[in-house]
Design a protein around this ligand. Structure first.
Ligand code: FAD
Length: 381
């Protein structure tokens, strides 16, 4: 019998599989599609402490410490680049907002500076529009290759004995009274003692039948990838409204994301997850306005990425009080890639010990009882 079943092969699930397997736990991960087939593949993959909600900050800071050595730890290059994060002040009115981001960051112990004027921004990022008013700069933020990261977690977990299966959908979580006893899947029933739900936007389907309701809505974010070009941008870019973020990948391609719109289908298909033309137009306009050299660069891929958005834009991470042996991580609201290595650690702690040294009290599901979800979502890369 597998002692722990993880549902979901994104960064949260594969990171948890690695933590459990390296602690000698008998673990099986079930993924309905491919590894990194949803948010963890669609993501911009910014690794950011700056601009974080104070509740998430300790996790983000702990995550950055892990990211700095993750390639070494997993024995595979996850293309982590600690190139920094720039939040751009585009108009004079933005300056106060961006200066506040810096002040908040410094107060929380994050080394950040305000770059006053285009000249200071250009010293760090010469490819940016020469008419910027300023920017916040956090040198210890960065980005990584999401596909490689998830594959590296999964490979490391497998080497330590984890059973990782793709193309297997979990149809339900089986309980005996208050305790988890297994999962039913598209290939049969699997008995187990503990279940970790790391199923992203589909978590409610698995949890609702157990009376565990997480009030999140799903939005779709446009993403555009370009051909590879010579290195010109080391930082992840964001803007005050959160309606654009972008970065140049280690392979030279740009990955650019824009504003979200609500998404209401019950299951995603290759078509219904695509962004609208107006989402793409706006994202392209921001891209070429901020990085003029992109005017002549070819777009080679577009996709839409679904985001699980909670009322307070914070995740739900807990060992559920309702069902023993059930651990949940979902509702990352567009910020869960950076946290992935620590989410994995927390999920493994909760599955093995029922508690964790990380401060997760703000992420208990009960805080959301009766809450409703705001319409916009803020991505800062
Ligand atoms: C466009 C975009 C940009 C983003 N930018 C950033 C960013 O810059 N920085 C950042 O930190 N975060 C960012 N995010 C958010 C981040 O990518 C996610 O929060 C994170 O990847 C969530 O990982 P996860 O493993 O929890 O979920 P997912 O990656 O969604 O994985 C869940 C997996 O569970 C599987 N699954 C679901 N139901 C079942 C079932 N019943 N049986 C078996 N398998 C199942 C799914 O197929 C999926 O693979 C962004 C997201 C998007 C979409």
């Amino acid at each position: 019998m597998s002692s722990t079943v993880i549902i979901g092969g994104g960064i949260s699930g594969t990171a948890a599989a690695w933590e459990l397997a390296r602690h000698g736990v008998n673990v099986t991960l079930l993924e309905r599609g491919e590894l990194a087939g949803m948010a963890s593949g669609w993501t911009l993959a910014g690794v950011r402490q700056s601009g974080r909600h104070p509740a998430e900050l300790p996790l983000a800071q702990a995550a950055v410490k892990r990211w700095e050595h993750l390639s070494e730890e997993l024995g595979a290059d996850v293309e982590y680049r600690q190139g920094g994060n720039l939040r751009l002040a585009l108009e004079p009115d933005d300056e106060a907002t961006i200066r506040q981001v810096v002040a908040d960051g410094n107060a929380a112990g994050i080394p950040m500076t305000y770059l006053a004027g285009a000249a200071e921004v250009h010293e760090i990022a010469p490819a940016l529009n020469p008419n910027l008013v300023g920017a916040s700069y956090c040198a210890t933020d960065g980005h990584a290759n999401p596909q490689r990261t998830v594959e590296a977690f999964a490979a490391a977990a497998r080497r330590s004995g984890a059973d990782i299966r793709t193309g297997v959908e979990v149809l339900g979580i089986v309980t005996d009274g208050r305790r988890v006893t297994g999962v039913t899947t598209s290939t049969g029933t699997l008995p187990c003692e503990r279940v970790i739900v790391a199923a992203g936007v589909y978590a409610p389907r698995l949890l609702d039948p157990l009376g565990i309701h997480i009030p999140f809505t799903v939005v779709v974010v446009p993403a555009i990838q370009t051909e590879a070009v010579a290195p010109m941008l080391g930082q992840v870019l964001g803007i005050p409204t959160g309606g654009f973020a972008g970065r140049q990948q280690a392979d030279g391609r740009f990955r650019l994301t824009g504003s979200s719109i609500p998404w209401s289908a019950t299951d995603h298909t290759a078509e219904n997850v695509m962004p609208t033309l107006s989402q793409l137009t706006a994202t392209l306009a921001w891209s070429t306005r901020l990085i003029p050299a992109l005017e002549k660069v070819r777009a080679t891929a577009i996709w839409g990425g679904l985001i699980d958005k909670t009322p307070d834009a914070l995740p739900v991470i807990e060992a559920t009080p309702e069902v023993d042996g059930l651990v949940v991580a979902t509702g990352f609201s567009g910020h869960g890639f950076c946290l992935g290595p620590i989410t994995g650690e927390i999920l493994a702690d909760l599955a093995m010990e029922g508690s964790t040294r990380h401060p997760i009290a703000p992420f208990a599901r009960a805080r959301l009882d009766g809450a409703s979800v705001p319409e916009d979502v803020t991505l800062h890369g």
